[in-house]
Design a protein around this ligand. Sequence first.
Ligand code: HEC
Length: 152
Amino acid sequence: MKKHFTQITLLSGLLVLATTSGRAADSTQGAIDFRESVMTTFKWYVQPMGAMTKGKIPFDAAWFKSRADGLASATRLDVSEGFPQGSVGESEAKPEIWDNWDDFLSKYQRLQDEAIKLQQVAATGDEAAMKEQFGKTAQACGGCHKKFRNKK
Ligand code: HEC
């Protein structure tokens, strides 16, 4: 009985060790995965609106609105969690992010504000206004990428 107990204690001790060291090793890559997934989610919603704005596909107010709703929801995620101090790793993030953290956060705030406006404008079905506000939203993406993302 005593031997059994010791084995279990030892085993759970090892499990705790494995979990914590695993977490430490994963944290940077986990954060990178998170932020890149959020960015990929943005792209999913933005692409069709971009194509409609440029006239590459026919304008469809209901489809546009559903994309604007999705984007507004996605920008509610706190992407800053995906950018722990110095987490460049094998990513396109520039180290300047952490030297200009407040600017980085304000650029994200700008995207959140523009995406909410886009959702409101899209609810009206006014094509010209939707395209105009889409332009401002896309500029909020580009404004941050220009300063803080290395393009491959
Ligand atoms: C506050 C800054 C910021 C804003 C705003 C922003 N991005 Fe990004 N984005 C980044 C950074 C930094 C990277 C590089 C991240 C990396 O490589 O880990 C990136 C990467 C990406 C990627 C590549 C993801 C990958 O898997 O490598 C896509 C796609 C993307 N962004 C789309 C968008 C779209 C669309 C918007 C607007 C709706 C947007 N981003 C707004 C900072 C931003």
